[in-house]
Design a protein around this ligand. Sequence first.
Ligand code: E4P
Length: 218
Amino acid sequence: MKFFIDTANLDQIREANDLGVLDGVTTNPSLMAKEGIKGVENQRAHYLKICEIVDGDVSAEVISTDYEGMIKEGEELAALNPHIVVKVPCIEAGIKAIKYFTDKGIRTNCTLVFSRGQALLAAKAGATYVSPFVGRLDDISSDGIELVAKIVEMYTYYGYETEVLAASIRSTQHIIQCIEAGADVATCPLAAIKGLLKHPLTDSGLATFLADYKKVNG
Ligand code: E4P
């Protein structure tokens, strides 16, 4: 399973990249706003900084909600760097835009996906990635991981090549559940990725090894 980090924070992206296991980055307008990135030029410069840090896919989301606007914005974003994947919301104009981008060889991430029907349309339009939002479904007492598993099952059955990118991941446990569901990618906050490292038996085992070493070696 591939790991993307879900942030626009450059320090966190660097820290995750330095672990050596990072495959990419996802951003969204809220994450960019959280970093105080204002204006088109600054946003594009920020995407380029991310692309310099990570040798992997970087999702940059369009703001337009009409077809023509999405095409213009998406083409400009894709031209910034070969690592850019154009992130497009799963609305009518978005599906049409994904089909256009697919035909042009521009890679896409269909975002804000909350149902199998939406995921089917994204795959038929040729999206590179589909992003079911796990945490936001859990927030409304639905089952986000079950949706990931159902989309994986559907894509496998019909042979769609679109990769299932589990998004809105909130915890380390979510990542483990994504593995069980067969997600191709999980995009996660840094804390959830680092949480995978934690195990009390690792800590106590290491303490014992070091204490035993000291007993003999001083
Ligand atoms: C990433 O592609 C999504 O935009 C992001 O995971 C959404 O996460 P949230 O539901 O925690 O805001």
